[in-house]
Design a binder for this molecule. Structure first.
Ligand code: ZN
Length: 177
């Protein structure tokens, strides 16, 4: 297993719409293994393929508490089939937008259909943290980031901050070369 690099804002790939997985094969399983390695190393609770630069519709999650037994979950080609009118809000963060957290309001309950790693069709009715995490990760597959759900003012501020940081990192590299 390999820890892959997590791409960060303002990387344009975060805005790509990921392609459906056509075949669950060894290369997809390897990707999923690497994604878990990357997730646990970060550490984080959820990761979408595109966050390691692979534009495939696959997301992984582990919502187990620290020190508890790990509970890895994989969702291939996940699709929200129903969302409640009732909303709930969580303070969200994203491994692609490190150290930034903001309250996001989303449907409190969602139904999601997906394939498991054996290619079996499944459906889950999710609420609480799982519902939020699924929606956050499925957003990634559609090129949407959690900051798209906050005010424009806040979004612009954080986007500028990351653009500036990336620029500084680049020019530093140039000096070193
Ligand atoms: Zn994210």
């Amino acid at each position: 297993m390999t820890v892959r690099e997590i791409i960060k804002l303002p990387d344009k790939r975060l805005r790509l719409v990921s392609e459906p997985v056509k075949r669950i094969d060894a290369s997809l399983r390897k990707l999923v293994e690497d994604m878990f390695e990357t997730l646990y190393a970060a550490p984080g609770i959820g990761l979408a393929g595109i966050q390691v630069g692979v534009a495939k519709r696959v997301i992984i999650m582990d919502l187990s508490k620290k020190d508890d037994t790990r509970k890895p979950e994989v969702f291939v080609n996940p699709e929200i089939t129903w969302a409640s009118e009732e909303k709930s809000s969580y303070e969200e963060g994203c491994l692609s937008i490190p150290e930034y957290y903001e309250e996001v309001e989303r449907p409190a309950v969602v139904k999601v259909k997906y394939l498991d790693l054996e290619g079996k069709a499944r459906e889950v009715e999710a609420s609480g943290l799982l519902a939020t995490c699924l929606q956050h990760e499925i957003d990634h597959l559609n090129g949407i980031l959690f900051i798209d759900h906050i005010s424009k003012l806040k979004r612009d501020r954080i986007t500028k901050k990351f653009a500036k940081a990336a620029k500084t990192a680049k020019s530093t590299k140039k000096v070193e070369a």
